[in-house]
Write a protein of this length. Structure first.
Length: 585
């Protein structure tokens, strides 16, 4: 007899490498079939932690396909699990035969079926079952078909196995036990159990010697006859009967297991089974069918009980939630009332602020109009510009500029400020007009401008308007400013004339130093020599020096009478111009 079912939950380590498969772990823990389970998820790459946890777990589920990168370390995981059984939960691409050939794998479940999680739960109970010691092989995947060493007859062996079968509570585990016990009772390597799935007989359990051909057999054959009639059939010789197996088996016996499936046992020798064996196996199948029906009923009742418990828990949680919601709604109602009062006060404040803004707007519009009129009446040529999309444009001009430059106001507005400028002085160190505007700083700029009196030289003063907070700098400058034009043509002319006069004076001074003093010194020297020696020849040298002196005086007179050149400009004149600019500031 089996021991009573375990009271403590199963501890299962669920190994996965992705979040999608990790969600199956939670679903497995909530599955109603079987005893309670505690599922602990772990990465397939965390082998060191698995090695520490595996001894305390009942089972390890490897939920990746070994032929993929995520499941390539299956052998390393199986080695880390030690004696703890490992169930391979994989895709159909990794066949059961490959799983049976993999060391350390104790169970195999396909993940791509409708009831995959139920099968996984059954497989966990099968590999963790306490009654496996003497009555089942250590490898449930292999579905052992070794012959029993006992000397009892098949009837005695099957009767002994009924004690285990009657107390089985898991569907797949029951199928495994039936195949194992029947193959052992008849001492044959060929035994399998198939159920109908999508119009074909799908193998649910089999011994290791049974080929893969028995999986997916069509329902048109002896197995369908057994399932529909509920009566066993005996296939004594392949030459006279159509066997649902390969050509190596010569005889077989097939019995129904309730309405769920068909249990088949076969042998390579013809006539191995007789009518007594068939009746014995049919009676065994009816007992197994009753057990299967009980398992399904218990599973349904357990599922319904768990569902009702969950529903009761949900209703209790819902009741508690409603109580909490009512309290929260009352608090929310009070909060909304307070918020309403605050919003009404804020509305009144905004209305008052709007009125203030309207008043301020009207005042600013009046000031703007007054400033525009005052600007237009300034007694100097001036331009007010704005920077529109990175480009400076003229927005307003004074009446004086219109008169001085002899232009129409409409032609200047919305134009670039540099269109009034005929050309810049190439020798001036100041930047160009547009560069001065873009820098956003107060700058002076010299340029030639075409006026009603011809081309005149003007000094342009570029002044960006200050921002409201009074701070300057490029980051926060206001994108508008004023350009004031000052006619400096007369002053420039005077400066050039003054520079020319100074140049002439310097020339005269140089001539006196170089041409006058030397002849005078020569004449003085020869006069002193003539007085000392009384030689008249020295007077000739004095006369020659006086002649050269007269020529130098004539050149000085010509330089003094020379007219100053209009375009002449010396370094001294430039220094004078910068001095005048400093005074203007």
């Amino acid at each position: 007899m089996n021991e009573p079912p375990r009271s403590r939950p199963r501890t299962v380590l669920y190994l996965t490498a992705s979040d999608a498969t990790a969600r199956d772990a939670a679903a497995l823990e909530d599955l109603p079939s079987g005893p309670d389970r505690t599922i602990a998820s772990l990465s397939t790459n965390d082998v060191d932690r698995l090695r520490d946890w595996a001894p305390d777990a009942d089972c390890v589920v490897f939920a990746e396909t070994p032929t993929t990168d995520a499941g390539s370390n299956l052998l390393e995981v199986a080695d880390a699990c030690g004696s703890t059984p490992v169930v391979l939960f994989t895709d159909a691409s990794y066949a059961p035969t490959a799983a049976r050939a993999t060391d350390g794998v104790d169970g195999y479940v396909r993940r791509d079926t409708e009831d995959a999680l139920e099968h996984l739960a059954d497989e966990i109970e099968w590999v963790c079952g306490d009654d496996r010691g003497d009555e089942s092989d250590a490898d449930p995947i292999a579905m052992p078909g070794e012959r029993s060493v006992a000397d009892a007859e098949p009837a005695d062996r099957l009767l002994e196995s009924l004690a285990t079968v009657a107390f089985e509570r898991e569907r797949d585990r029951l199928f495994e036990l039936l195949v194992h016990d029947v193959s052992g009772a008849f001492e044959t390597d060929y035994c399998w159990l198939s159920t109908v799935h999508f119009g074909t007989f799908t193998t649910r359990a089999r011994t290791a010697a049974v080929p893969d051909d028995v999986d997916g057999v069509s329902r048109d054959g002896p197995l369908e006859t057994v399932l529909e009639s509920g009566e066993p059939i005996l296939l004594e010789d392949r030459e006279s009967d159509e066997l649902p197996i390969d050509e190596r088996q010569r005889s077989a016996c097939c019995v129904p297991i309730g309405d769920a499936g068909v249990l088949c046992v076969a042998d390579e020798q013809p006539g191995t089974f007789d009518g007594r064996d068939c009746d014995l196996l049919a009676a065994y199948g009816r007992c197994a069918g009753a057990t299967l029906e009980r398992i399904e009923t218990e599973s349904q009742l357990a599922s319904e009980r768990d569902r009702l418990r969950r529903e009761r828990g949900k209703l209790q949680e819902r009741r508690d939630q409603l109580v909490d919601d009512r309290t929260e709604l009352q608090a929310e109602r009070d909060r909304l009332a307070s918020e309403l009062d605050r919003l009404e006060a804020e509305r009144d404040r905004l209305v008052a602020q709007r009125e203030q803004l309207h008043t301020k707007r009207d005042r600013l519009e009046t000031e703007r109009d007054r400033a525009r009129v005052a600007f237009e009446r300034l007694p100097v040529p001036a331009v007010r510009y704005e920077i529109d999309d990175g480009r400076p444009v003229v927005r307003n001009v004074t009446e004086c500029l219109v008169d001085v430059f002899d232009v129409e106001r409409e032609t200047i507005l919305d134009a670039s400020p540099d269109e009034l400028v005929a050309g810049a002085n190439p020798d001036a160190p100041e930047p160009t007009l547009l560069e001065a505007i873009q820098r956003g700083e107060r700058r002076r700029y010299t340029a030639d401008v075409e006026t009603a009196n011809g081309l005149r030289e003007f000094r342009l003063l570029v002044t960006p308007l200050e921002t409201a907070n009074g701070r300057g700098g490029e980051a926060d400058r206001d994108p508008e400013g004023v350009i004031v034009y000052r006619d400096v043509t007369p002053r420039r002319r005077r400066e050039r004339e003054l520079a020319a006069a100074e140049t002439r004076l310097e020339t005269i001074a140089e001539l006196i130093d170089d041409e006058v003093r030397r002849p005078l010194n020569v004449a003085r020297g020869f006069l002193e020599l003539a007085e000392a020696t009384g030689d008249e020849e020295h007077f000739e040298e004095v006369e020659s020096a006086q002649d050269r002196l007269l020529e130098c005086i004539d050149r000085l007179s010509e330089s003094a009478r020379a007219e100053p050149e209009r375009g002449e400009r010396s370094e001294r004149g430039e220094r004078s111009e910068r001095d005048v600019d400093a005074v203007e500031e």
